[in-house]
Design a protein around this ligand. Sequence first.
Ligand code: ZN
Length: 484
Amino acid sequence: MTPATSATCATGGWETVIGLEVHVQLRTRSKMFCGCPTSFGDPPNTNVCPVCLGLPGALPVPNAEAIRLAVRGALALGGTVHETSVFARKNYFYPDLPKGYQISQFDRPLSTGGAVWFQSPERGRMPVSITRLHVEEDAGKSLHDRIPGKTAVDLNRAGVPLAEIVSGPDLRSPAEAREYLKALRQLLVYAGVSECSMEQGSLRVDANISIRRPGDPKLGVKAEVKNMNSFANVERALVAERERQVGLLESGRRVQQVTLLFNAATGEVRPLRSKEESHDYRYFPDPDLPPLVLDAAFIAEQQAALPELPDAVRARLVAQHGLPDYHAGVVASERPLVEYFEATVSAGAEPKAAADWLLESVLTPWNESGRFAVEPARLATLIGMVRSGAVSRQAAKAIFGEMLGSADAPVAIAARLGLVQVRDAGTLTGWVEEVLAAHPDEVARYRGGEQKLMGFFVGQVMKKSAGKADPKGVQPVLAEKLKP
Ligand SMILES: [Zn+2]
């Protein structure tokens, strides 16, 4: 691990300090405090009831599955889950918040502490400290594009369960923020806590960013950037905001504590409003909800039920299968890839070859279609055919391409495409003799000591055989026939 130095992280004599607040939707079928569905894309205001509409007299009941998933997420981040946490009301007025407050957690969150390791482009593998994870409900959505000149409100999202994950101010560049988000998403998807889809709104990011002189122990005045709809845009927005702050400070002005919205079309950030101090929300414990009490046995049970997480998988792929770090990182990035890789190895493929095939040929069609068209056992057979010399690596690529659209065995496809390598000594000798007869000058030079011409002869035989000759079989035949 490379230690942080001012030289690697400073831009134009300034050090950037970033902390992220990430909201992830917990993967439940129903909302946080009522039974309404959480399904995405339903017609506006169809998944609502007196509780999530905030009608008088309606009482919230916590969703046990949402709590379980939040605990699981907190444990996956290495956090300490508290046996008692408290739901609090966060009071503010906004048209998409019918109750006039959001149920969240404030001074007693579900979990504190933890860390996420990520690959910094500047500093290598680094941990980001997690300050806290708390449970809250989502607000509704204001729609500005449905009715010309008017704003409509859709309350389907009101009350959807969220976990908010707050990181420490440990990130030192916009690129680091992006990499941290990738690592965090990987972890939460692995643990089955959230789908983490920015397109469907199940992962949202608010970023706090400030700049200071390298070595200055005090943090600069921060701005909060919102409205970023992809990890790439988080990076772009933070670059824009860093430049804005550098411009202010270098021209002798000051950074104000503001909330900014990112405009992806223009790449600019613009101020929304002066940042409310947290006491403006007048948090207080929700009188409708008793403190959330979890017993130690339940927390221990959730800890034990966690699957092997990405860092552990990566380390195991290196230790157990001897994969290079890069291959292990790609295979470990998603659970279906790990399962596919291990099934291919179990079916007899050599691990490094299985990983090569996964990275070079399997990954792209899987990303496009979401399914593995070539079953692990068929890929293992194909890998075995390359290893035994039955087909060349190049021919195997063509066979794999056919396998994507056919359930036939690779051997059958190889035969159909005429790609089975010829190792029959008689046939190889025939081709070798034709090649030597056609190139008497090269034969003379080889016999005169120009050993490097062997490659030329092998190439000619491959050409003559239309790629079907097994190069490993050709060489000894050539060596024999070229003897003076
Ligand atoms: Zn409801």
